[in-house]
Write a protein of this length. Structure first.
Length: 339
């Protein structure tokens, strides 16, 4: 879908519009959402960031998904000047787009991979540092990436949200002295935790009913602020020990250069066992074993590290967790059959 096609749909007579989820934890699904709720989300973001008519925003993500759609809706709601670039890993690689505007960007939304890539190229890094507000969403931030962003003077935010909440419902600052590891909910959002320690979102202006997420969180005592520990779907129960996949990946990230994913597969002895899928060679597998010995506890150590040609990813660049588990189960079963 193009931006023009989305705007045409936005202005038609239908009160709802079709969106689809990314499928990071299962099969992607299609849903219809009320345009008025999308406008309410857009207004909340623009108000929070202090965006005003005539400010300039960058759209560098696909409008096939909610993140891209909401950038267009924010521009329409607040009368922003929208700079559109083709979705890519280097959205800031064409500085002439911004020079033509004769002004700096006031707002951009990016995924972690786009931010990481931009930091590697000097002129892209300069543009990144000049954007007044940057929202990073679509996945967790690597600790080393966050450390690099902490020294920036502009306002860089990590967002928490999903398709069902029409983009983010909470933000945390990752740059400057206001940087925090805690997400704070947007105005009008009420948060609780259920018996499984999963976040429950009450946002009547966005969702008709309270939304029970699959995200296990820690709530700061006496506040609505929270930290995400991982998805309940991504817990490995190995010999009675519960291991959060995202926490293991975060611990390993500083030690591994090759792309990798932590997943699980059934095991007769432990119930489930930890498996690493590593995009690399047999030599890389040996290095990964060493990295695991340095970074992980004995319970978190992968029982198998398997080299693969490519990691399973969603169209939006997120880990395809269900596909990874199926791949691991098949590869482990195949290796056992060949023993």
């Amino acid at each position: 879908m193009t931006v023009e096609e989305f705007i045409e749909q936005w202005h038609d007579q239908d009160s709802t519009i079709q969106v689809r989820t990314s499928g990071s934890t299962g099969t992607p699904k299609v849903m219809r959402v009320d345009k008025r709720r999308m406008l309410a989300s857009a207004q909340a973001t623009c108000d929070f960031l202090g965006l005003k008519p005539g400010d300039t925003a960058l759209l560098c993500m696909s409008v096939d998904y909610i993140a891209g759609k909401m950038m267009v809706v924010r521009a329409l709601q607040r009368d922003l000047r929208l700079v559109v670039t083709e979705p890519s890993g280097h959205p800031l690689s064409r500085p002439e787009l911004f020079d033509e505007m004769g002004q700096k960007l006031d707002f951009a939304a990016m995924v972690p991979m786009q931010v990481y890539n931009s930091l590697q190229v000097p002129h892209e890094r300069q543009i990144l540092a000049s954007i007044r507000h940057i929202i990073i969403g679509g996945g967790p931030l690597d600790a080393s990436l966050e450390q690099q962003l902490r020294g920036f003077d502009n306002a860089i935010w990590h967002s928490y949200g999903m398709t069902e909440t029409l983009s983010h419902i909470a933000l945390r600052r990752v740059s400057g002295p206001q940087a925090s590891s805690w997400f704070s909910p947007m105005p009008g959002i009420s948060l609780t935790v259920n018996s499984d320690h999963c976040l429950v979102i009450d946002a009547p202006h966005l969702c008709p009913e309270p939304l029970v997420t699959r995200d296990v969180v820690e709530m700061e005592p006496g506040t609505q602020r929270f930290q995400v520990l991982g998805r309940i779907d991504n817990v490995i129960n190995s010999g009675g020990v519960k291991i959060h996949i995202e926490q293991v990946e975060q611990a390993l990230a500083p030690y591994l250069e090759q792309p990798f994913m932590i997943t699980k597969c059934p095991d007769a002895k432990f119930g489930e066992m930890v498996v690493m899928l590593l995009q690399g060679s047999s030599d890389d597998v040996r290095q990964a074993h060493h990295a695991c010995s340095l970074a992980l506890s004995k319970y978190e150590q992968p029982k198998r590290i398997i080299a693969v040609g490519a990691l399973p990813m969603t169209p939006t660049g997120k880990p395809a967790r269900s596909q990874a588990a199926a791949m691991a189960a098949a590869l482990v079963a195949d290796s056992r059959g060949n023993q």
